[in-house]
Design a protein around this ligand. Structure first.
Ligand code: PEP
Ligand code: MG
Length: 544
């Protein structure tokens, strides 16, 4: 699409989160360690941005010429040719001119313009059936990297704020990626994100759930979309139909019903119901403020592993304690259910140094990973135990497979927290593995409470990958086998008198609410922004 022709073009994908959004593309690449900054510039700022680019081009050209000279003296031949070719790309007036035109016309920063032009050249080379096409492609990629480094040395205009390697300013963006992994979503600037468009990922993938939680649209399953769209391109997306329009007509943008915008931007607030606590699923400590704003009855699932993913490292006991304390303080009297770190499967990160596994969802994951990496459990258990000296702290054990595993982890926690005064941990099991559900009576006899993780339960019960766009139609919980398993849990809950909540996405499905209530489950937990919608649906279903 970066041939810079601005004719509208449509793509059809899978609608995974509803709503409509229109904005500029922000391309996230999984291989990018330090994402290139993208932001808009005003008309008045555009000339200075072009000058910044010219200085960077001159600097990068000098740099590569000097390297070429050195290489000529030592290695010569093909090695020298690589740098001379890069120099020729950097020095080409046509490219500089094209980049400046993009800065002026699209009002974007120099890095965005560099990427648009270089990406296009790279793609054109890739399409050529010539022997040296590969070398030429990598020449453009190398020139782009060098130019972006030179631009970084030139600095940025006033008012541009660097946030975790990305720059934030100006208009909000639509994130485009091949797949939004858990660690990519953890480092997104969600306040400036209007929607997600991805090539891969199912309805229960973490990015789709995040989008629904934020109340923004998401569309998945558009093959190669991350290679087709370029930074800064204007798109209109409809998360209800799955349609993406690139360079839409102004009339199309205007035709978007204002109700859709309102739904995305300001979720409605419905006060608590009498008989059904509706809590929130959160990923980060700062999300707690939104839960209070939405009048949530508590935090029913705090996915603590996202704190690590966002920090891009393992957090120590003190760092965890501070984040957890913040959440409990914001939530005041309302309960907070902390889930122990649920790493592995689709939530992994390089800093964990996990072994390569052929089938990670069935490998070192959740409780099994905590057993294998006790140092992770120890620091978290101590942070939570210290917090519990102030108030009871609910702890949920992820992907438990049976009673023995639950008790083993509980004992490990008891050992790690020995010596901390006044520990009041309340231990709960997550029903996600079918084996644990079938063991519900024994598990609930020893646990204090439980919560149903319907996303993983569906994945493991129906042998269907929750994040795979090819099998989205099979990822469907409202089926007899699923309800039979829930009934086993409900019977065990009744027999033992232990409360069981639902924190998976099933709770956000209005058509399933009445049936969940008939099972006698104690609470529902959903994305903060959909608390109001769930309460409204519950009230319509006659739940007071
Ligand atoms: C679930 O599996 O339903 C759940 C709540 O946990 P997560 O989505 O974080 O795996
Ligand atoms: Mg889960």
């Amino acid at each position: 699409m970066s041939d810079l022709s601005k004719n509208p073009r449509r793509f059809q994908g899978l609608p995974v989160s509803g709503g409509v959004a229109s904005g500029r593309v922000f391309l996230v690449r999984a291989d990018q360690r330090e994402p290139t900054p993208h932001y808009s510039v005003s008309e008045a700022e555009a000339p200075a941005e072009c000058d910044r680019l010219r200085r960077a081009v001159a600097g990068a050209t000098r740099e590569v010429a000097a390297i070429g000279d050195r290489v000529a003296e030592t290695l010569g031949g093909a090695h020298e040719a690589v740098f001379r070719a890069q120099g020729a790309i950097l020095d080409a007036p046509a490219f500089l001119e094209a980049m400046c035109r993009i800065i002026r016309e699209e009002r974007v920063n120099a890095e965005t313009a560099v990427e648009q032009v270089m990406d296009l050249q790279e793609r054109r080379c890739g399409e050529l059936d010539q022997a040296d096409a590969e070398d030429r492609t990598s020449g453009f990629a190398a020139a782009q990297r060098r130019l972006c480094r030179a631009l970084a040395r030139e600095g940025h205009g006033e008012g541009v704020v660097l946030i975790e390697g990305m720059l934030r300013r100006g208009e909000q963006r639509i994130i485009v990626a091949e797949r939004l992994t858990a660690d990519l979503t953890a480092s997104l600037d969600s306040g400036n994100t209007l929607g997600f468009i991805t090539a891969r990922g199912g309805r229960a993938s973490h990015s789709a759930m995040l989008a629904r939680g934020l109340g923004i649209p998401a569309i998945s399953g558009i093959k190669d979309i991350h290679t087709i769209l370029g930074h800064g391109e204007q798109v209109l997306m409809d998360g209800d139909s799955g349609e993406v329009t690139v360079w839409p007509e102004e009339s199309q943008v205007k035709a978007v019903p204002s109700a859709s915008w309102a739904r995305v931007r300001s979720p409605f607030i419905v006060p608590p119901l009498r008989s059904l606590p509706v809590m929130a699923n959160i990923n980060r400590a700062e999300d707690a403020e939104e839960v209070v704003a939405m009048q949530g009855d508590g935090v029913g699932l705090y996915r603590t592993e996202y704190e690590f993913l966002a920090a891009r490292r393992v957090l120590d006991e003190e760092e965890q304690f501070e984040r957890y304390r913040h959440v409990t303080e914001i939530m005041a009297e309302r309960p907070v259910y902390f889930r122990l770190l649920d790493f592995g499967g689709d939530k992994t990160a390089a800093f964990l140094e996990l072994p390569v596994q052929d089938n990670p969802a069935l490998g070192l994951r959740g409780a099994r990973l905590l057993e294998a990496r006790p140092e992770l459990l120890e620091a978290q258990a101590r942070a939570l135990a210290r917090l519990s000296a102030r108030r009871p702290v609910y702890v949920m054990y992820p992907v438990i497979v049976d009673c023995e595993q639950f008790l083993k982890l509980k004992n490990m926690i008891a050992q790690y927290t020995r010596g901390i005064r006044g520990v009041r941990l309340v231990h709960g099991v997550m029903f996600e593995a079918p084996s644990a559900c079938l063991d519900a009576d024994r598990l609930l006899a020893v646990a204090d409470f439980a919560s149903i993780g319907s996303n993983d339960l569906a994945q493991y019960l129906f042998a269907v990958d929750r994040g795979n766009e090819h099998v989205v139609d099979d990822f469907q919980q409202d089926r007899p086998a699923f309800w039979r398993v829930l009934q086993v849990i409900a019977d065990a809950a009744r027999a033992t008198g232990k409360p069981v909540g639902v924190c998976g996405e099933l709770g956000a499905r209005p058509e399933c609410l009445a049936r969940l209530m008939q099972c006698g489950f104690a609470h529902i937990s959903v994305g903060p922004r959909i608390i109001g919608a769930v309460r409204r649906a519950a009230a319509r279903a006659g739940i007071p």
